[in-house]
Each structure stands twice: as structure tokens, then as C-alpha cells.
Design a protein around this ligand. Sequence first.
Ligand code: BG6
Length: 513
Amino acid sequence: MAATANRTPVDLNHLHPLKERNQYDPCIVVIFGGAGDLSHRKLIPALYNLSLDGELPDKFAILGFSMEDLDDEKYRAFALSGIEQFSRRKVEKEHWAKFAPMLHFNRGSFTEAADYQNLRRRCEAIDAERGTEGNRAYYFAIPPAFIDTCSEGLTAAGLIHPHEKGHPFTRVVVEKPIGSDLASASEINAELARHFDEGQIFRIDHYLGKETVENLMVLRFANAIFEPIWTARFVDHVQITVAEAEGVGTRAAYYDHAGALRDMVQSHLLQTLCMIATEPPNTTGAESMRDAKLDVLRALRPLGDEDIEKRVVRGQYGEGLIGGAAVKAYRSEEHVAPDSQIETFVALRCWIDNWRWAGVPFYLRTGKRLPKRSSEIAIYFNSVPRILYNANPRAPLAPNMLTIRIQPDEGLALHIMSKVPGSATKLQQVKVDFHYVTSTPEAYETLLNDVIVGDQTLFMRRDTVEEAWKFVQPILDAWEQSPMDPPIYAAGSWGPLEAALMIAADGRTWRTL
Ligand code: BG6
């Protein structure tokens, strides 16, 4: 019997509205680094899609701020080319005519006080023209080294309002990486706190904006059937995989200092882990949700030297084949040191020392140049007792499993045993499979919308960022103390052999995606 695929369509219009999305205050989104890659690929296309969905304030403007030699006209052309190449929906001529006038550009240097004065005047002119009432969201699409300088510049030019009723709102959006270790992250957070109230700071981890990651809370707490079995009593172990087929691309200048542990594990994988493992929050309010996630990070068992040696595996991609095409080794990529020891793959085992999860290992793995782009959470439930249908020791039944596909093909599947129709009693694993049939919003759409409405639920609070760094810091320290060439895995493979051996030592295997 073939596995059944139950394609259940989702009617997005009938979703129970937890957040009211139609209360928008007017505002200007000022993008620092507005002519950069992030704006081009993600931010402007996301704002365009929000506009298509009517999810922007009526009185709204976007103002790019950076050193490029652009004016409004040229910035609009830059935006259009970004939307044409990267938007999930095509450019609609009629809509573009409405969207284009929202886009403005103000040329300036992040280090020149006079340029911030110009910026202030430009914002005031836009307020007058578009009715944006002094509300600002500053999006820092800039390297972390500029965060302090830009905050300072805004403060000096009187561009930051107090976080109090009766004042226009000021919000600031900060991209990852927040620091490169615990000390630098604390420093960046302290710099931000000198200028902004925590209630004004939106630290982005775009994985939290992904539809299926956000849906984890709904899955767990809007259904009666999952939560009772979401514990050590029923769960054998959990695997989180974030696999990328892409290599380092053009980002080696950053990545060859960061590596996969800082780039992916400290942020995306740990945040996803929090969403799976959190206790039910008291409310759906931002602080309850964020408190609950923080508790997970606080309950992570610190990794000791032995864990790091035996249960944290790193690797670096060598040359190989991706989709049949030959690709270079990491060390041969542009701007990568030829003897680089930076890891492009990490797999690790961790434990959450609380009542719910005691004894349940969580296995995390991520890497570049793996066979395909595929991110997934797999929750493996305990095996049924070794009696009845599971009595044959030579053919143990596959355990039930719930897989949550973050991307691509977002959805979830419950893997269960079923009888093969016929007179013989033969069993086979089948999938009850749920796919979204409409395209889901990009993470940046969800997150930018939240910034505009002022909802911090999906953003990382200062304490959460630092707690996540506390977990990875011992690994960074250990690797720094004993530098080594990471094991090389062929591009297009599932990582170094060591990763398979690490999980095999517990009698388990990685799920094949
Ligand atoms: C970014 C990392 O945060 O996430 C990149 O810096 C990585 O290295 C990217 O490629 C993956 O995001 P996504 O949404 O493509 O899975």
C-alpha cells in the first residue's frame, strides 16, 4: 500500500484572528543600508507584498539611507528590480504605481552628524507630505559595528523619541548577528540600551517569522491532542535539521569569521528549539511568550568538555556535486582563507533539564552544501511495547513520528502504522500529511508587519539573545583552545561521518530528508 497523502487545503481567510492586523499607525520605515543586498532581496520585496495585501498603514513611507549615489527616482528603479527578482508575487503594474511613491532615498554617511540633520529634515518633509506623524521604524540593515554609531547619530539629531504615551513612536530593528560571542553580544545590547528602551528594540531572527515555526505554538496550544504527549513520557527524541544546498556565496567576508555555530545554531536552531520545547505561556502576549522561551534556554544543560568533544561535531564542505553540478570546496571559495578552519556544518546533542524534557535528547544539525535545502523538525515518539504487532525482534515497528517541515513545502506529517489492506496482517508506516496550498508569506513580511504594528512577540529580547550565547560560548571556547581542521565532507553529502557516528552512539540515526 502506498503511503497516503491527505492534502488538506487551508482556508487562510478562516484563520482565527489572534492579532488584529488592521490597526496601523502611520509611519516611515527608514532603512539604514537601504541600497544594500538585504533591502534589495528581502526588505523591499516584503514591503511590496504587505502593500499588495493591504497590510501597510494608509499613511506610510520607506526611506533608504546610505552612501550610494541615488535619488528617489533611482531608488525606485533599484526597488523595482529587487521586487522583479525576489518577490514571491509578480509586479502588478497598477499596484506598483501606488507603491513607488512611498519609496524615497536620502544619501548620507552613518558617521556624519550633518547627515543625520539632513535625515531629520527629510523625515519631517515626508511627514508633511504623507502624514506619517513623526512615527519611525529604523531598520539597521548594517554590519553590527555600525549599530552604536548609528544609534548615537539618531540620538544626537533628536530622532529618537521617548518610549512613552504622547510621543510619536520610535522603533529600531536589529539584524543578526547580535555579536560574535557572549561578551560582544552583551556590549551591543548595552549600546542599544543607551539609546532605546527595550520596548523599542526589535531583534530579528527571521526563522521566527517563518510560517511553520510560528505555527508551532498554534499546533501545540490550539489542539488538545498534541500537548499531553509532548513530554519525556512519550517522546524518545527530537531532531532539528536546517540543511542548505547553497554554499557560502558572496558572504565569505562575514562567514569565514562566523561559521555555522554562530551563524545558524546560536540563532535559528536554538530559537526553533525554544518553540518546540517551551511550556505553555500564560497569554499570547509578547512578554509571556518570550518569558516561556527564555525558560527553555535557561534549562539547557551546559555542555562540558566531554560533551563538546564527543557530542558536538563540526565539518567543512569539500568539493562535490550539488544537483549534478560540480561545486568548489569551501576553502576555494572567493574571500575564504585557503587554510580556513571555519565550520560549515555543525551537529550536536543537547538536553533540556526540566520536568517535561528530562532524559529526551535534542539533536541539532545544520550545514551548507548539503544535498538539498530542507529544514525540518522531527519528533520521534516512543516505540510501542514489544508485544502484539511489535513482538518480532527482527522487525521492530517504526516509531510514530511527527515531522514539521519548515521549508520548502511547508506543512506537517504524522507518521503512523497502518494495516496493508488484504487478508494477511502486514503493517506499513503511512503519513497523514498536511501541506499549505497557498503560498505562505515570507518571514520578512510577517516580521516587518509586526514592527509596524509594534508587536514584539516574534523578536528576540535582550536576555534571550544572551542566554543563547551562554549555551554556545563553551563550544566556541573549546574550539578556540584546540584549533583543528574540521573534518571535510563532500559537497552534496549529509555532512561528515562523525555526525552519523555521534547519533549512532545513542542507537539512533539521522532522518533522511
Ligand atoms: C541566515 C544565515 O541568517 O540564514 C545564512 O546568515 C543562511 O547563512 C540563512 O543561509 C538561511 O535562511 P533561509 O531562510 O534561507 O533558511
